[in-house]
Design a protein. Structure first.
Length: 229
């Protein structure tokens, strides 16, 4: 049995989630769906991006990467936003940004996390001509070389409707996970983002609804679980 399915089948037993665990459980569910997606074809390299900004894509890709690593996988997390470097601002990157990694050909050290490892590559932020960089053969070759080194490669990209960089990166990946925010992202905006991916011949894997609220108060959720068993 491959380690992908071993990670998919790994579960914590005899443990009822408490309200503080809810967010962690949701990212674990996202992890499991990514592992099971593709009808046998593994989506190994995925881009996460919002539509117009403010959807929380950076948070989603960060926590998804951590969840995959804790499951026993070796994960590469790349800050591919050369405009804001939002992911880099929220994580310890152990040195080495994406420009340096591609130019020098080396990677920062991996950090043990759970049963796996997480390697983070930062963004220098406000780089000149991001589109030109992502279109270079050097970047494409470097990115493709990482497939043999990691179980999963996740890229945090700028919003689809604000930066053309994302569609350039998307064509080099196995697919794009679009992040939308509950009660904020309009349907027309999501449709425009999806159309942009389609016109770029990029694969839209799915949509993550971020910030959805449970109408049942957290204090009552354990009692509801008991009632349904």
């Amino acid at each position: 049995m491959s380690k992908y399915f071993e990670a998919l089948n790994r579960r914590e037993r005899d443990r009822r989630p408490q309200p503080a665990d809810m967010a962690t459980d949701e990212y674990a569910q996202l992890r499991d769906r990514l592992l099971a997606a593709g009808n046998g074809k593994l989506f190994k390299m995925l881009v996460f991006a919002g539509c117009d900004g403010g959807e929380g894509a950076t948070q989603v890709v960060r926590e998804c990467g951590r969840s995959l690593a804790r499951s026993g996988l070796n994960v590469l997390l790349i800050d591919a936003d050369l405009h804001t470097a939002a992911l880099s601002a929220t994580m310890d990157t152990n040195g080495g940004d994406i420009l340096t990694a591609v130019r020098a050909g080396h990677l920062p050290p991996a950090c043990p996390l759970g049963a796996g490892t997480l390697t983070v590559i930062s963004s220098p932020g406000a780089a000149a001509s991001p589109q030109h960089f992502f279109r270079t053969p050097e970047f494409a070759a470097w990115l493709d070389a990482q497939r043999s080194r990691y179980d999963f490669i996740l890229l945090d990209a700028p919003p689809l409707l604000r930066c053309a960089d994302t569609t350039v990166i998307a064509r080099l990946s196995d697919g794009v996970v679009i992040v939308v925010r509950a009660e904020a992202t309009e349907r027309t905006v999501l449709l425009r983002a999806r159309e942009r991916l389609e016109h770029s011949a990029a694969n839209a894997v799915g949509v993550v609804l971020n910030g959805a609220r449970n109408p049942i108060p957290a204090a009552l959720q354990p009692y509801l679980s008991d009632a349904l068993e």
